[in-house]
Design a protein around this ligand. Structure first.
Ligand code: CA
Length: 229
């Protein structure tokens, strides 16, 4: 299967290069555009996904998204927005965008969104099975298994996903909101206590039952942080 081509349309060079760097590391082919007209031209040449900054010189991201959809181009679009007011427009307008991220974002978050969009649209990357290892703890993404000292820990799907999201961002405090979004999805209408309940179960299974050093830390009034156990 040929590599997936992603167009990074962003006029802020530092952000663009950061994204390109992480996309390359993630096994994607990334091409770059720093203004609206170039973005439109490259998107028309054919790409698999567009990371589209809204505030682009020449033609803004809204117009580019509308134009591409009007022309019948179906490549998924992930909007990069700088302000909350833009989010309202992204969500409210019939732009045909598939998802959005708000600046400042972490490249890992963008990569996770890109992979989710590609999965939803049936394009998947050649799976590069990843095994995350933290001392005695192992998370095997290909097998969706978690092991401590090589022995399986039985986790429910949400517990697994929550641990994976946290362990993929070691040392980063993630808010309950962020965790809800990444594990349960945008349209989940439960409350933030759901996160607490699942963290509690993970702690029981990993830290109490398997005597793993504390790896899930509470960040008071905010959320949780994973550190190497
Ligand atoms: Ca911009």
């Amino acid at each position: 299967m040929p590599a997936i081509r992603i167009l990074v349309a962003e006029d802020d060079r530092a952000i663009r290069e950061l994204l390109v760097h992480h996309l390359h590391r993630g096994g994607f082919v990334a091409i770059e555009a720093g203004d609206g007209p170039t973005t439109l031209r490259m998107a028309r040449d054919g790409v698999d996904l567009v990371l589209l900054d809204i505030g682009l010189p020449g033609i803004d991201g809204f117009d580019i998204a509308r134009t591409l959809r009007r022309e019948g181009r179906t490549a998924p679009i992930l909007m990069l927005t700088a302000r909350a007011e833009e989010v309202d427009r992204v969500v409210g307008f019939e732009l045909g965008a598939d998802d959005y991220v708000v600046k400042p974002f972490s490249p890992h978050e963008v990569l996770a969104r890109v992979r989710a969009i590609l999965r939803r649209s049936g394009m998947s990357q050649d799976p590069t099975p990843r095994v995350l290892r933290f001392g005695r703890l192992e998370i095997d993404e290909a097998a969706r298994e978690v092991r401590v000292d090589g022995i399986d820990v039985s986790l429910k799907p949400r517990e697994y996903q929550l641990l994976l999201v946290m362990a993929s961002n070691p040392g980063v405090a993630l808010s309950r909101d962020t965790l809800l979004e990444r594990v349960w999805g945008y349209d989940f209408d439960g409350d933030e206590r759901t996160v607490d309940v699942h963290v509690r179960r993970l702690r029981m299974k990993l830290e109490e039952h398997r005597k793993l050093t504390t790896c899930l830390h509470t960040v008071h009034g905010f959320g949780y942080k994973f550190t190497q156990g």
